[in-house]
Design a protein around this ligand. Sequence first.
Ligand code: SF4
Ligand code: SF4
Length: 415
Amino acid sequence: MKKYFRLHPYVKVIDGIKECALYNLFKGEVFSISKDEYRMLNDCENSIPLDEIENIDYKFISDLKDNGLGLDYETKMFVNKNIYGLPQVVNDVFKRVFLNKLFIEITNECNFNCEFCKNDNILFRKTGCKKWPSYNEKLSIEEWSEIISEAKNLGCKNFVIMGGEPFLKFKKLKEIVSLIIHFNNNDDIKIIVFTNGFLLDDEKILNYIKHNNITLCIQILADNDLTYEKISGNACVFSKVVFPTDKLKKTAVKYDLVILVSKFNENQIENIFKKFKDSNKKLEFIYPIKNKFYSEKYINLIYNRTKNFIKPSLPSFDRFSKYNNCYKNSIAISCDGLMYPCIMSRKLYLGNIRKVKLCEALIKSEDLGYSALCKDKIEGCKLCHKRYGCFDCRALEMSATNNLLGMEFCNLLHE
Ligand code: SF4
Ligand code: SF4
């Protein structure tokens, strides 16, 4: 009797130029497999009986069954591969303009004067704050009110407030947060504020954050006052930043730490991790693009894309296989009203909010192909077995190579 093997609906077999992979979208696991194993599984998925598959490896098939990835069948079996959301053809017919995330650059001013942060358009890090130049009058609160109202109508639930230093403009921040809450009836929204943490020791600000359920993303630059001063030009910063994070830990306020690795603090990173051992934290880097501030010590990690590999699931697989990991359904607005698909992609201009609507910017982002810029459309990635879970940064690639499809910061296929 013939025997057939089929992977479960939630298991995807992915090809690659060096290695291939199996994604278990139910458990969020990824297994590397060889080219031969890929070919074998492809035959299985095409309902070829096991004994007709060239060089079949029964041990490999048996291991897959033991790991809950597939089953034997006695007849050809149709396995309905799980799909998430509407099929592409239906999506194309009922195209709906939807905004998932709005980035609000509330100010380009800052109370720090970081060595690596100039008032220019050169990008070599992605930590959520920079003193970008502005060209027009800053948006008024009335203009932000119209924008947030339109964002609500487009279904937006995620608002990210950035700077400069947002808490430097506390009055404006409060007004914008009130507008977000007002237009959404406090319903199911998420507000994130990026900050350098310096003003968080102000009890008023801390209480406000608590009261309005704001999530903080705090940039950490060093493990002592001296290095902080060298980087930011401000005295006693570390003590001021640590104090509120100690306090935040004891409250229900959600916060994440972004530790920015630079040549100034490269020997302090382990200590920073120890110091903040109970907090959510991730490393970010100064990238080696036209600057002398990046860390030589961490250069391998900078070029290691797999550090940003996310656990695959049905929704994430759907997103990564069709869309760009950042640009889809997102709009960033600078403090003077210019729109981009992300706050750092300043070369991908989508219009001035004083002249065009948010929905027009979203449509432009679709039409120009930014939203749909998935890894299958990037020459250097389309043969990588990690491509449906890899979170890359097109803004940094563009800054390094002057090409939106650039491949400077990945060494996976060149190792
Ligand atoms: S805290 Fe951020 S915005 Fe402020 S100077 Fe430093 S890098 Fe620039
Ligand atoms: S950047 Fe591209 S080549 Fe590198 S790991 Fe991600 S998908 Fe693979």
